[in-house]
Design a protein around this ligand. Structure first.
Ligand code: SAM
Length: 225
């Protein structure tokens, strides 16, 4: 029976690949990868050699039906992204939905994802939270910032390093300078860093110390005083 496996890969530390992920990759017939060069590097480090097909945001619509045919003609196909869990701010959703429609079994392995270590280490409530992923760059951005500003649950945002200060400025503008935030940077890597404080303090820190590396912004809920 054909199956699609969703396999999370390390977000920085290569030791964060699970034993099951390695076995599933070894037993697969085909690997769908966001960037084939990134995935080849990972597979080389694990001494795994498999056919790889490029599957990313810019071709997923176009090649979807061809990919479904390939999944149906194999026993085991694996979807990976460059880092973390496919489908989480990465390609995956479209293919998974189509597999379900075509009655193809989908199995997602648990594994690396940036949002969980970020919120757990933030010190903010993890009982209930809202994952916002990347904010839209233009249209709809202001509305989303206002919604997060009014949110009582902890919110989590993904952001690129060169947009971090702009985003922190907008958090100050839309949520007030005293709103508590945490920036989790370079998770699982050598220079992993957590900066916790008010939106104003964290904004000023990164204005003085331009950030490098990937970052997650965690925002405390509005009424969590
Ligand atoms: N699929 C990934 C996951 O499972 O978390 C997310 C991919 S998304 C394209 C990339 C974003 O995830 C980055 O801009 C950053 O916000 C976050 N991210 C990924 N790796 C990270 C890391 N090592 N440290 C901090 N943030 C990270």
């Amino acid at each position: 029976m054909s199956k699609l496996y969703i396999v999370p890969t390390p977000i920085g530390n290569l030791e964060d690949i699970t034993l099951r992920a390695i076995r599933v990759l070894k037993e697969s017939d085909l690997i769908l990868a966001e960037d084939t060069r990134v995935t080849k590097k990972l597979l080389n480090s694990l001494e795994i050699s498999k056919p790889i097909l490029s599957f990313h945001t810019h071709n997923e619509h176009k090649i979807l039906s061809g990919v479904i045919d390939k999944i149906l003609s194999n026993n085991s196909t694996v979807l990976v992204s460059d880092a973390g869990t496919p489908g989480i701010s990465d390609p995956g959703f479209l293919l998974i939905r189509e597999c379900i429609l075509k009655s193809i079994k989908v199995e997602c392995l648990p594994g690396p994802v940036a949002l969980i270590p970020a919120i757990v280490s933030s010190g903010f409530s993890c009982d209930r939270f809202v994952f916002e992923g990347f904010l839209p760059h233009k249209k709809g951005r202001k509305k989303r910032l206002e919604e997060i500003g009014a949110e009582n649950k902890t919110s989590i945002l993904y952001e690129s390093p060169h947009r971090l200060v702009k985003c922190l400025n907008q958090i100050v503008e839309f949520m007030g300078e005293d709103r508590k935030v945490c920036v989790a940077r370079e998770l699982t890597k050598l220079y992993e860093e957590f900066k916790r404080g008010t939106a104003k303090e964290i904004k000023e820190y990164y204005e003085k110390n331009p950030p490098k590396g990937e970052a997650v912004i965690i925002i405390e809920g509005k009424d969590k005083k």
